[in-house]
Each structure stands twice: as C-alpha cells, then as structure tokens.
Design a protein around this ligand. Sequence first.
Ligand code: PLP
Length: 398
Amino acid sequence: MRLAQRMSRLGTENAFTVLAQVQRLAAAGHDIINLGIGDPDFDTPTYIKEAACHSLAEGRTHYSPSQGIPPLRAAIAAELTRTRGVPFSADEIVVTPGAKPILFYVLLALAEEGDEVLYPNPGFPIYESCIEFVGARAVPIPLLEERDFQLDIKALQRAVGPRTRVLILNSPNNPTGGVLSRGDLEVVAGLAQRYDAWVMADEIYSRFLFEGRFESIAALPGMKERTIIVDGFSKTYAMTGWRMGYGVMPAALAQKITQLIINSVSCTATFIQDAGITALQGPQDESDRMIAEFRARRDLVVAGLNTIPGIHCRTPGGAFYAFPNVTEACRRLRLPNAEAFQDRAMRDAGVAVLARSNFGRRNEGETEEYVRLSFAASREHLQEGLRRLRGFVERGAE
Ligand code: PLP
C-alpha cells in the first residue's frame, strides 16, 4: 500500500495495544490485573449522565458551533479563571472531542519543518508522534528521577534557542507523576519569552495533585498571551469514553484551531457539551472522593513497590501513576530491559504494566529501566498486583 510520506513519521500510543492484549487474554480465561491503562476505574458521576440523557431527550442531537457551545465555553472560562488565578473569557476556549485533538491541532497550526518543539521525556507518547508528524524536530527534555521527575533544567537551557517554536509541559506528568515546581515554571517562562516561543501546558491532571495548590504557567507575568492550556473532562470526571476536552489560548489562535475543527470533526457532540456544563457547575464531591482514593492508592502502591527487591519508587506528587525504577529487578531476572519486564510480568505474573519505552524514545545517556503502573484499579487489585509482582521478581531471581 502506498501511503503519504508523512505517515512514516506518525507514532502511536501503545497503551491501547496493551489494553487490547489484556482484553484478549481475559476473554481467553486468563486472570490479568490491568495496571496498564490510564482510565479511572470509577463511573462517571450520575448527575453528569442524567444531564446528557436530559439533553438527548430534549433533542439536542444536531450540529453545534465548532468552537464549542457558548455556555460551555463560558463555564470553562469561569472554572479556569478560578483555578488558574488569571482571567479567561469564552472566546479563548476551544472545545474538542477529548483533549488529544488540541495537542494535534495546536502543533499543526504552529509548528513545521525547521521548527523545534521541546517536550518532556518520558512523556505522553502523542507529543513526540505529533511533533514529527507535522514535520518539526522533536527535542526531548529529560525528566530526572533524582529531581522527582522534574525537568533537567540544564538540558532545557541547552536545547532551547531561536528555532524553538513550542515548549510542551505536562504537570502533573504522565507517566512519572512528577509535578513542576514554581521555580521550574519560572525558568520555562523566562526561556519562552526570551526566544518568543509558545508554551503548551498539558494540565489534564491538574486536579490530581496530592500536595499543595496547582500552579499554571499561564498565571506567570507575560505568559498568558503565549500559553495554550490543554485540559478536559476525561480524567477529572471519569469521562474518557465521552470524548470531551478543551484548549485555552489567545482568541486569534482559537479562531485558527476552530478552522481545523471545521475541517475535521465539525464539532463536539452537542448533548455531551451540555453535560459538560453540568459537570463543571454541579457538586464536585464525587471527583474529590475519586481523587482522595487515588491518593490512598498512591501511598499503598509506592510503599508496596519499595518492599520488592530490586525495585524502588519515588512518591508521585500527582496524576495516578507510579513510575518505579526496575533496573535492578531486570538484572536479577536477567532481562535486558523494561520491555522484557513488561512482557514477562504479563505472561508469568498476570500483571499488565507499561515499560518506559511506551513514553517516548530513550534519552541520550539514559541507562535506567522503568515501568508505569496505573492506580486505576481497586485497592484489592493493586494489592494483588503487588503480591504477584513480588512473587515474580523473587521467584525469577532464585
Ligand atoms: N494528555 C495526557 C498527559 C494524557 O495522559 C492524556 C490521556 O491519557 C491525554 C492528554 C488525552 O486526554 P483525552 O482522553 O481527553 O483525549
């Protein structure tokens, strides 16, 4: 099959491949503890589902404005003004089917051949994939385990320059759970201003912060006009399958992103947008309970991992992932790398985890091995997963 050249530059997100593998094994009767997927194991709160049903019953089943319905954009602007500490208006909001399209559209709109886009690595694999797809150069900025997976600031300072078009941030980070400090945000802001670059701040996990108050780079002086915030409903309201997210950006760029929406998906489903207004304006206690539960699971998982020989794990400050270092465990098991660990953990222990290689290419000089475990499983499942991993590492090492 002859494909356009650009397709050779498109990557993927392997979490979906592993999910399909888990479902196949489970259907064949295997007992798999799935710690691979980043999809909250909670149901969407009832008040949100009822709002969608009500909207459907009212016949809200037609096209709606491509940028998003005005009352939803107003509700998002109010929410962002409250949570980010800087004022936003509805004309700065663009609603899309999931947060992912914003990443794609923004890179399509801003970056091209000759440009460089900096991104956190390890990171959400779609960054690297989309940067290369649009023809720009993907420049990884390492996240350092010894800095609790904050940016390698020296590497950032070396990498940034006049070709830098966009700096991607993701705090709290997938897959490491790392949270950027105010100091790091200030360094990034200073560099973005010096080189006249955009910052795309993927803040989809901003509500999943286990200590302190969330800080957005958009609130730093001079940053709102060069920042695109990416956020959405998938994680906060356990709505991954509904497909609704948004970008927050200067109004002129929002118009261009809307043009990309008109050319691709036309709009986000109207009744789902109605439910989005209810999600934002309704009681937040179910989300708060879910986030508190993730925090308890984090403590359980980190403590459990740190008792397994050959595994050590930093305490993630946010998101719902643990990113243990399994270098020594791989050595004990005579496995060449974390990918082999992922494979064997699935086959021998019935535990699905994702190797570091699913989150961007290996950084220069990177020698350690990591896997990502998601807390999107009950405490019982997490405990059983940990028990199996311990058995697997100890047995294999005999
Ligand atoms: N950004 C990050 C860092 C994510 O982890 C995810 C989902 O896993 C997304 C964006 C995409 O979110 P959505 O499902 O709303 O498209």
